[in-house]
Design a protein around this ligand. Structure first.
Ligand code: SAH
Ligand code: SF4
Ligand code: F3S
Length: 456
């Protein structure tokens, strides 16, 4: 007799057995993708997904450690869940980056936590849930060198059915001195391109129109098989070739590895979206060195010039950190001048938050006073608002192809979607619907949104 998963199941009861699972996701897009993998693993065990936390038999909180305030949010959330845990029998699991970093504190401090699972331990969740169901605690935070969940089909949690994430790699080897990710997610590994292409094709077949390929540094994607090597540009071209009507985005690009080959691949495929997220972190070469970013201000500017040359209609967005160790007013002024020069369409902006055990925490002093960090961050935010407005104003009068994602929050007579540059455009509905490509002429804007009218 061949043992199939069916025979296996007939001798072992499913862990879920109709119980209801609720998942809450914090942190980056990788975590959104991971929650979908976790759901897939647990649904195969007989769990049913619920959006009502009050009905759940198992609550999973997928966590983030990137800054201290991200972790504080989770501690508060766990505190809020205490009454629920006391009022009835429910299992609570903490998964993701904070589970990895704070396993012991979670177990010792939080009596309500039954399960702790790190980002590489999700296949083990059925066993961990079983242990917790039997009254014990299920804990696994082992990191792996190989795990990419390659063949697991994520169960999509997004609502729009138009745009989905595909994780193409996991972990990070870059060791930026401020960053906790290499510790919480382990070393970098790429996923088999065939499984990525299969996932993209499945999404297209089920009506999706846009995929975003995800990794901490997608430019270092690399897969070697017997007869060939696939780098990120090769992978992008292969995904783009699936169908010209499938839009393809990616995040995040590390500036040190952004190649002309990648930009030329984008230029050759109109469905590779014209937006590159290129986190600068700082405009000062001295600070970039302390951050271990492995590029200089000049290298970064050269990469932006390459984008402008090869992809003239490409939007550039970034991440910036204010107040990293030893940052002077002069360093800060260099960040502002880089922003001005680059004319970012959008930016994520943060105050430096020291993370325990990182290189910066071990060897540098977090010496910029909090009020100085706040003031510098506010200056960065004020400048970015101006730059976003300037960038949006330049689009007024232009026409874009917009992929419709949903109904506008302000009015159900309006739809919103994005153009290739990843800018949100709101316009009157007419006969259009979610999932349509619509040509829209921009008529007005704020610093956050473009307003337009459909012209077909
Ligand atoms: N892999 C991506 C970024 C992942 S984290 C990259 O290298 O670009 C997202 C952003 O969080 C980072 O770009 C950085 O701007 C910010 N960040 C990371 N660690 C931080 C810290 N300790 N304090 C403040 N911001 C931080
Ligand atoms: Fe963190 Fe740097 Fe890796 Fe990005 S590239 S995840 S900032 S270590
Ligand atoms: Fe946070 Fe982990 Fe992502 S620390 S930003 S959830 S990789």
């Amino acid at each position: 007799m061949t043992l199939t998963s069916e025979t296996f199941r007939s001798v072992r009861p499913l862990t879920g057995d109709g119980r209801k699972l609720y998942i809450e996701t914090y942190g980056c897009q990788m975590n959104v993708g991971d929650s979908e993998i976790v759901l897939s693993i647990l649904q195969a065990e007989g769990f049913r997904y619920t959006e009502q936390i009050e009905q759940a038999d198992l609550i999973l909180i997928n966590t983030c450690s990137i800054r201290d305030n991200a972790e504080q949010r989770i501690w508060n959330r766990l505190r809020d869940l205490k009454p629920l845990k006391k009022s009835r029998h429910v299992l609570i699991g903490v998964i993701g980056c904070m589970a990895e970093r704070l396993r012991e504190a979670l177990i010792e401090r939080e009596q309500i936590v039954d399960i702790v699972a790190g980002p590489d331990a999700y296949r083990d969740l059925p066993r961990l849930v079983r242990e917790a169901t039997d009254g014990g605690r299920g804990v696994n935070v082992l990191l792996s060198r190989e795990e990419t969940y390659a063949e697991i089909s994520p169960v999509r949690l997004d609502k729009n059915g138009v745009s989905a994430f595909i994780a193409i790699m996991r972990g990070c080897n870059n060791m930026c001195s401020y960053c906790v990710v290499p510790y919480t997610r382990g070393n970098e590994r790429s996923r088999d391109p065939e499984t990525i292409l299969a996932e993209a094709r499945d999404l297209l077949a089920s009506g999706y129109k846009e995929v975003t390929l995800l990794g901490q540094n997608v430019n270092s994607y690399r897969w070697e098989s017997e007869d060939r090597v696939t780098d990120f540009a090769d992978l992008l071209a292969a995904v783009a070739d699936i169908d010209p009507r499938l839009r393809v985005r990616f995040a995040t690009s590390h500036p040190k590895d952004l190649s002309d080959k990648l930009l030329e691949t984008m230029a050759a495929h109109p469905n590779l979206c014209r937006c590159i997220h290129l986190p600068a972190q700082s405009g000062s070469t001295r600070l970039l060195q302390l951050m271990n970013r492995k590029y200089t201000r000049e290298w970064y500017m050269d990469r932006i010039e390459a984008i402008r040359r090869i992809l003239p209609d490409c939007a550039i967005t970034t991440d910036l950190i204010a107040g990293f160790c030893t940052e002077t007013e002069e360093d800060h002024a260099q960040t502002l001048s880089l922003m001005e020069w680059a004319g970012y369409a959008f930016a994520y902006m943060f105050k430096y938050s020291e993370r325990p055990n990182t290189k910066a925490a071990r060897h540098m002093t977090d010496d910029v006073p909090d009020e100085v960090k706040t003031r510098r961050l506010n200056e960065i935010i004020a400048l970015q608002n101006e730059l976003s407005l300037r960038s949006n104003r330049a689009d007024v009068g232009r026409r874009f192809e917009v992929l419709v994602e949903g109904t506008s929050k302000r009015s159900d007579r309006q739809l919103f979607g994005r153009n290739s540059q990843n800018k949100v455009i709101v316009f009157d509905k007419g006969d259009h619907k979610v999932g349509d490509y619509v040509t829209v002429e921009v008529t007005d804007c704020s610093s956050a949104t473009l307003l337009g009218r459909a012209i077909d």
